[in-house]
Design a protein around this ligand. Structure first.
Ligand code: ATP
Ligand code: MG
Length: 388
């Protein structure tokens, strides 16, 4: 039986005049993301995108892609039928067998785009419903909150039946909110933060601070693997790897130990902002969660915010670790994040870090460094790697 996918758009239907732009973006995203797994025709109509495999392209593979595309709230498989009521009802019975034997209540809903079709929508629903009730006598028609809604759609070229959608990724189509630069470490929090903001329509870039040989090549590979998982949701992702060793050794040699982390984080924010500007990003994204560690107190965040002018989005700021972990599992980053390789933050960790730093004291420590020179040197040595 020939199958296609029906992808239902979410929130973007509320966007009034912008709706057209959102749909266009979503259609392009679907097209490019699907191209990686096969040849598909993608076209949209009234908040639904139709994904039709060409040749032997797989519906399963397309479903795996579509359920990770932001902007879609539901994805269902549908069987393609002749435009003939006999074929429609028989296909509905056979195609939805597994689904309908597992439930008690159902209803049939019909949409008739081709108004020349001989039966009206209610007539089609009644006909198919009658057939299904005869075929599966345990089924009860129920108009309010049925367990399964069987959908029939009659279009210009063919008709199809579907049931049981899987949830889509939700959110807004990638890129419709602009671009954000994610500070991506190898930990649990930052990939989740990036995913959350991508869900709200940001296209992502990423920076990673790399302290070779204090952190290993495996640690860098881990970050690229995380980026690869993220790219399954948000498309192609370029990771800018910034050499950070010299900055860290300078901090270690020149600053007071309890200010190491704060000075280091200010350097990170500066480098992230410079990279963001070069790559046309309008904001930064971090995985900070309030008071999770010494550098994430309100006072510490104040001192790091001072060095950037772009807005810093911190979507997990109010979340507990378990809440972040639950999202990491859904996104698929958890297993990689919990691999043991160290991140640069843990290389020169002070024994007693400042948790309530005064801005002037941090600035004073920092003034012992050649900030501009170190920033320029790091930016000159970046490596860009694109995944996805
Ligand atoms: P994560 O789980 O994301 O590593 P964390 O709880 O370990 O976060 P920190 O190590 O203090 O917290 O880092 C706070 C944030 O700073 C991270 O979420 C990330 O956005 C950014 N960050 C930390 N280390 C790096 C790094 N090596 N490269 C890029 N960004 C980093
Ligand atoms: Mg970390």
């Amino acid at each position: 039986m020939k199958e296609i996918l029906l992808c239902k758009c979410g929130e973007l239907v509320l966007k009034g005049l912008n709706r057209h732009k959102f749909e266009e973006r979503l259609q392009k995203t679907l097209y490019w993301r699907l191209k990686k797994v096969g040849e598909y025709r993608v076209h949209g109509c009234q908040s639904i995108f139709y994904v039709e495999p060409e040749g032997d392209a797989s519906v399963d593979a397309a479903l795996e892609v579509c359920r990770r595309v932001f902007g879609l709230v539901a994805v269902s498989r549908a069987a393609v039928c002749e435009k003939d009521i006999g074929d429609i009802r028989e296909k509905a019975g056979a195609y939805l067998k597994d689904l309908l034997t597992g439930v008690r209540t159902y209803k049939v809903e019909t949409r008739r785009a081709d108004k020349r079709f001989s039966l009206t929508s209610p007539q089609i629903s009644r006909d198919v419903g009658g057939y299904l009730s005869d075929l599966y006598p345990h089924l009860q028609p129920q108009m309010e909150h049925p367990q399964v809604t069987v959908r029939v759609e009659v279009r210009e070229d063919y008709a199809f039946v579907s049931g049981g959608p899987v949830p889509g990724a939700g959110g807004l189509p990638t890129g419709t909110s602009g671009r954000g630069m994610l500070l991506l470490s190898g930990g649990i929090d930052s990939p989740v933060a990036g995913w959350m903001m991508a869900k709200r329509g940001l296209e992502l870039g990423a920076v990673h601070f790399f302290s070779y040989p204090y952190t290993s090549q495996e640690a860098k590979q881990k970050v690229l693997d995380l980026a690869q998982v993220l790219s399954r949701w948000c498309g192609k992702l370029t990771v800018t790897v910034i050499p950070f060793t010299h900055i860290q050794t300078e901090i270690r040699d020149k600053c007071k130990e309890d200010y190491f982390t704060l000075v280091m984080r200010r350097m990170m924010m500066r480098l992230a902002e410079e990279t963001a500007k070069i790559q046309n990003c309008q904001c930064l994204i971090t995985g900070e969660s309030l008071a999770q560690v010494a550098s994430q107190t309100v006072q510490a965040i104040h001192t790091t915010n001072k060095v950037c002018s772009l807005p810093v989005l911190r979507p997990v700021i109010g979340m507990d670790k378990e809440e972040i972990v639950a999202i990491a599992r859904r996104v698929g980053t958890m297993e990689i994040s919990t691999l043991p390789y160290e991140d640069c933050c843990t290389v020169f960790t002070p024994k007693h870090p400042q948790t309530k730093p005064a801005l002037e004291r941090v600035e004073q420590e920092e003034s012992l460094l050649d900030v501009e020179g170190l920033i320029a040197e790091a930016l000159a040595g970046v490596e860009r790697i694109t995944v996805g």
